[in-house]
Each structure stands twice: as structure tokens, then as C-alpha cells.
Design a protein around this ligand. Sequence first.
Ligand SMILES: C[S@@+](CC[C@H](N)C(=O)[O-])C[C@H]1O[C@@H](n2cnc3c(N)ncnc32)[C@H](O)[C@@H]1O
Length: 310
Amino acid sequence: MSEDFRHEPVLAREVVELLRPGPGLVFLDGTLGGGGHTELFLEAGAQVIGMDKDPRALAAASARLARYGEAFRAVRGDFRDAKGVLAALKLDGVDGALVDLGVSSPQLDDASRGFSFREGGPLDMRMGPEGQTLADLLARLDERELGRILDEYGEERFARPIARAIKRAVEAGEPLDTARLAELVAGAIPRKAWPPRIHPATRTFQALRIAVNDELGALAAWLDALPAITRPGARAGAISFHSLEDRAVKERFRALCQACICPPGMPVCGCGAAATFKAVTRKAVTASEQEVARNPRARSARLRVVERLR
Ligand SMILES: C[S@@+](CC[C@H](N)C(=O)[O-])C[C@H]1O[C@@H](n2cnc3c(N)ncnc32)[C@H](O)[C@@H]1O
């Protein structure tokens, strides 16, 4: 099973250089997936707690990383609850934290998970067994709300006609799988406006996946928890694949690195506040041409890192 569940870690060299795992340090990998980044941290001598919502990812990564013994602990859970997970393990914080957002290649490739528009699968799209499925979401949202999600999370120009086509099929009780859903989406976009290199349903599927899993909510909670889950000197990194995610990371990291909170225009600082983090990356780190050639998924990856000061 573990060999089937392989996911090439993106920005591997950059993650290790910037997060600096090493002996005596404890790392929290919030998105264990196939265990690629965790393995790099373990190889560098760190202990790692690897979290994932997906029991299959946990089982495969645990089997693959068993040789590291007690240095690796797998925990099923949502990284939005990182603080509670560390408290349950009686840890006051970690020296390194990473989230590598989105879904893994094995999740995308397994039609039964409902992420694929090429092969028919159930309207699911959940990363783990809990929570609402895509079928639940499509039944609950009205056409306007669905259109807003496709516009906002998918930057889909044809959000409204796509939402109309989907809701019409759902309300007519048409039996839908992911392949039929993709057909409906493609049919709602004028052929001459189909994107050149990607399937016309790509943006819609991405938007629906983000909504089903409340991916932006989980990221916001992890960013808010950083002061509580890191020790002084710790480094925290986030790899995002979507402009909304990257913007959330950039803004929250900037706020964490800001010292003075006086209103602009004050002649002297009156708040006396000192920053708790400093930026390690001034701008997002992206994949080299060689990496993108080897692993096209890396094309849109953006890594940002901060360091806890005190
Ligand atoms: C891109 S993959 C990570 C790949 C991993 N870094 C590697 O090198 O193999 C993302 C993983 O994070 C998990 N995931 C996404 N959001 C999560 C969340 N909020 N909490 C826990 N796991 C999450 C997914 O189930 C998936 O396995």
C-alpha cells in the first residue's frame, strides 16, 4: 500500500534549508500526506509529529516511516486543531511547523475519493471520513451561493451559468458522479472560452474541494495558532497552491512580524510592542524549472517561512 501512496514532496530542498530540521528538535507536519517532507525532517535527525485527516495517508506514511521508530508519531486530525494535539501529547510547542496545503497525488488519482473529473466517482471530495460531502454541499447551497464559491475560490468567469447547470441537475434528481458533473461544467462554458491546457472543469473542481473541506478556515486557524504552538527559535512554513491561500499566509505572517501597533501617523511609538516573529523569506519561494519539469504540481507552489523570536 505504501508504495501506491507516493507523493513527491514539493520544494524539498528549500523546505529543509529554510526550516532547518536537526537532532534534538521537534517538528509538526500538519499535512503528512505520503510522508515526503516528514521523511526529510526525520533524515535530518528531528522528531516529527505527522498529522493528516486522511486515515489512508496516515496508514501508508506510518508503514513507510516505521524504520524511524519513536522519532515519528502519526496523529489523525485536522491541523486547525494543532494546539490541542500538542497539548494532548504534553508538548509546550514545536521547533518547526509545516503545512503543504491541498490534496496529495494519491488522493487525486483515486476515483473513489471523488476528486477526479476524468474518471467517474462519488460526489465526495472529503480529505477524511468526517464532515459534509460534495453531494451534501450541492444539495444545501442555492444557485447564488454556489456561483459565489466558484467565482471566489475558482476564479471561474462562468461561475453563474455553471452554478445554474449544476443546481438544475441536482434539483431534477439526476444521478450525478464526478464525470457527469465535469460534463455539466464543460457544457456551461462556451467552447471557445475553454482554457487551453487544462480541463474546463478544473477551476470548478478546485473551488468545490476548497469549500467541501473548508480549506481556508483550517489555514486561518493554523496561522492564528502559530504563537501558541511554536517555541522561541522555531520556524514555521506554509506551502500554498492558490492565490487566496498565499494571500492569507502573507498577511498573517506580516502581522506576526509587525512590532509596533500604534495607529499610523503617531510621532513616537506609544505601544512598546515587540515583534514575536521575523520573516525568513522576504517573498514567496517558488520551484526551480527543473523541479517543475519533473513534477508539474510544483508549478504553482509558494513557500513562505517565519521564525519565532521569543
Ligand atoms: C499536499 S498533501 C501533503 C504531502 C506531503 N507534504 C508529502 O510530502 O507527502 C496534503 C495532505 O494534507 C492533508 N490535509 C489537507 N488539509 C488538512 C487539514 N486541515 N488537516 C489535516 N490534514 C490535511 C490531506 O489529506 C493530504 O494528505
